[in-house]
Design a binder for this molecule. Structure first.
Ligand code: NAI
Length: 377
């Protein structure tokens, strides 16, 4: 099978998420990095792209140049990944979708709900793929949890408790460091700090595993480092459309927590627990029974979990391979083979509505508000 042409915007040398995309997209031989505008500095971006094997005429200085250049080509890129800072996602994603390209956008997909609705409308009108990189949902054992819930393995889901809390911005003496400060400055980060950065991964995961959507929420936001305008800690209670109760804690001042993403799903006949730092394992406890450890790669897992696991039992694959699983499903969709379970623009929009409604709720002392985007009410 011929490889698909892949282009990347952002994710330049030294960026946090760029390597995971490059490892992921190219892991299974589906995509080849054919074009890129990788850096905010045009020369650095061109030079780095060529070092990664991109031909000189497709190593672009900025995304507009890339859009113009790729549109003219017969072998134009089949998929564009947007891995730039948040405030640029909307404009770049919109422009490429409108020009007929498939897009994988980093989270958060947009900064406002209105922009999110526009992206959903454009994706629907053009028929192009617009995916959002909620990559944790592509770990094999997360897919196993989703399968167990959907097939009645733990009964109706009563309660989900999710945490995405780390301590890497917990040092008050470092709060003015420009690399940290912007995340809590509304001019740079938008309406929310920590919830928009990490909380939305946990909320997406709750919906993904439960197969349900968040309908309403009540939020408590805190800036525990007083100089911060936006929250560095949040507790969000929510209810899903099917009645499931949700509790979500997200924090960047939880010193001692490293990655800090875990989720527990409690059903009528059993409970499940998954932790991003031990992603190969799910703890399963049937009601009245012993806790069991389910392991990636073991026999008897769902087709979905088995399909997305590459190496034998107990061998770690890890974060870049979860990203790779998003690309596996995107490649299948681009080739018209299957839709796959990649997160969509609709998921990106739901997150933006949850962010803005959490901000509104927190300002009203935790009042319960509708969490859904106006388009889906
Ligand atoms: P970063 O600051 O480490 O890297 C950003 C990269 O984009 C740099 O190479 C920079 O030169 C480049 N860039 C900036 N503006 C550009 C432009 N206009 N055109 C082309 N390149 C440009 O940022 P990081 O942490 O890699 O985050 C990027 C995005 O990925 C963010 O939206 C973030 O929320 C998301 N992210 C998602 C994660 C996930 O788990 N899905 C994890 C980490 C980040």
């Amino acid at each position: 099978m011929t490889r698909l042409n892949w282009g990347m915007i952002g994710g330049g040398e030294g960026s946090q998420i760029g390597p995971a995309h490059r490892l992921g997209a190219q892991a299974d031989g589906n995509f080849v990095l054919a074009a890129g505008a990788l850096d905010h500095d045009a020369d650095r971006g061109r030079e780095y792209a060529q070092r990664l094997g991109v031909a000189a005429d497709r190593a672009y200085g900025d995304w507009r140049e890339m859009l113009e250049g790729e549109q003219k080509r017969d072998d134009r890129v089949d998929l564009v990944t947007v891995a730039t800072p948040n405030s640029t996602h909307f404009e770049i994603t919109k422009s490429f979708l409108e020009a007929g390209f498939n897009v994988l956008c980093e989270k958060p997909m947009t900064v406002t709900v209105e922009e999110g609705e526009e992206i959903v409308k454009i994706a629907r009108a053009t028929g192009k793929i617009c995916a959002v990189n909620y990559c944790y949902s592509a770990y094999p054992m997360v897919r196993e949890m989703r399968h167990m819930v959907a097939s009645g393995g733990i009964g109706k889901v009563r309660l989900i408790v999710a945490n995405f809390s780390h301590g890497h911005h917990g040092d008050a003496t470092d709060a003015d460091n420009p690399r940290v400060r912007w995340r809590y400055d509304p001019a740079m980060a938008g309406a929310s700090g920590q919830f928009a950065d990490c909380g939305i991964h946990a909320m997406h995961m709750a919906s993904f595993i439960a197969g349900d959507e968040v309908a309403s929420l009540s939020a408590d936001f805190a800036s525990t480092i007083a100089s911060r305008e936006l929250e560095d800690d949040a507790m969000v209670n929510f209810r899903m459309e099917g009645g499931t109760v949700g509790r979500l804690w997200t924090s960047s001042v939880a010193i001692g927590r490293q990655h800090g993403f875990d989720i527990q799903v409690f059903g009528e006949t059993g409970g499940l627990k998954w932790w991003a730092e031990q992603p190969n394992q799910v703890m399963y406890t049937p009601v009245g029974g012993r806790t069991q450890i389910m392991e990636k790669g073991e026999g008897g897992l769902s087709d979905e979990a088995s399909r997305l696991s590459r190496v034998a039992i107990a061998h770690p694959e890890g974060f870049p391979m979860a990203v790779a699983n998003i690309y596996v499903d995107l490649a299948a969709a681009i080739r018209g083979e299957a839709h796959g379970a990649y997160p969509t623009a609709e998921d990106g929009l739901r997150s933006m509505a949850a962010v803005h409604q959490s901000v509104a709720s927190a300002k009203q002392g935790g009042a319960w508000v509708d969490a859904r985007p106006p388009m889906f009410r």
